[in-house]
Design a protein around this ligand. Structure first.
Ligand SMILES: Nc1nc2c([nH]c(=O)n2[C@H]2C[C@H](O)[C@@H](COP(=O)(O)OP(=O)(O)OP(=O)(O)O)O2)c(=O)[nH]1
Length: 201
């Protein structure tokens, strides 16, 4: 069969947002996500340049199963202050900004992951986290399917970026010099803007 773009979805406890395929997610060419699709199209995925400028080696992709990779979870925080969203980039891909957060450690619940990652990355504690959205997309670093669970939260103090971070910015989402990860640009920013949390770009 010929690979076709996967169709990530985003959903929100408040409302369903819709299906999407972002232009930055063109690496998400799976060999299908249903009946006959249980393996990656290593060739197609490896052919696409990732947003971060790197690709998963074909040999590694070939060993992945759909079940393994579809379960990659990432938990992140949408922290908005004075109409601006906090985004970070990591030294691994300093030009790509996304929400602070990361992958759960074994046995960890989403809120535990959120608290640990915010402490590790920014030295802050999330306050009153509320589920904002679950976005299915492609992880910008690993280029594998990802489920991003986004919590809206306040924080208890001024954030200070840890060594693993390259940059930290407060954005409205309209900045021309900030390259956002697809899931953030296409879904989280519009969701926050439609809810009135973000200032006009
Ligand atoms: N934290 C976070 N990661 C995101 C977002 N969007 C997105 O594609 N990702 C991707 C980037 C990475 O490929 C992956 C998260 O990896 P990470 O490197 O931040 O996670 P981590 O701190 O647990 O990583 P590790 O060094 O412990 O392996 O998800 C987002 O908004 N926030």
């Amino acid at each position: 069969m010929s690979p076709r773009p996967c169709a990530p979805t985003v959903s929100s406890p408040r409302r369903r947002v819709g299906r999407w395929v972002g232009s930055s997610d063109i690496g998400c060419l799976l060999g299908g996500r249903d009946d006959h699709a249980r393996s990656w199209s290593a060739l197609q995925v490896n052919r696409e340049k990732s947003l971060a400028g790197s690709v998963v080696p074909a040999a590694r992709i070939a060993r992945m199963t759909y079940e393994d990779e579809v379960s990659m979870s990432v938990v992140a925080a949408a922290i908005v202050q004075r109409g601006r969203l906090l985004v970070v980039s990591k030294k691994a891909a300093p030009e790509v900004f996304y929400l602070p957060g990361g992958k759960p450690d074994p046995g960890e619940g989403p809120l535990e992951t959120l608290a640990r990652e915010l402490d590790e990355e920014l030295g802050v504690t999330p306050l009153e986290p509320r589920l904002l959205a679950e976005v299915e997309g492609v992880a910008v670093l690993e280029r594998v399917p990802m489920r991003l669970t986004v919590f809206e939260a306040r924080i208890d103090r001024e954030p200070h970026p840890a060594a693993e971070l390259a940059h930290m910015r407060w954005i409205t989402g309209g900045e021309s010099d900030v390259r956002l990860a697809g899931a953030i640009r296409n879904h989280v920013v519009p969701l926050l803007r439609s809810g009135g949390a973000l200032a006009a770009a």
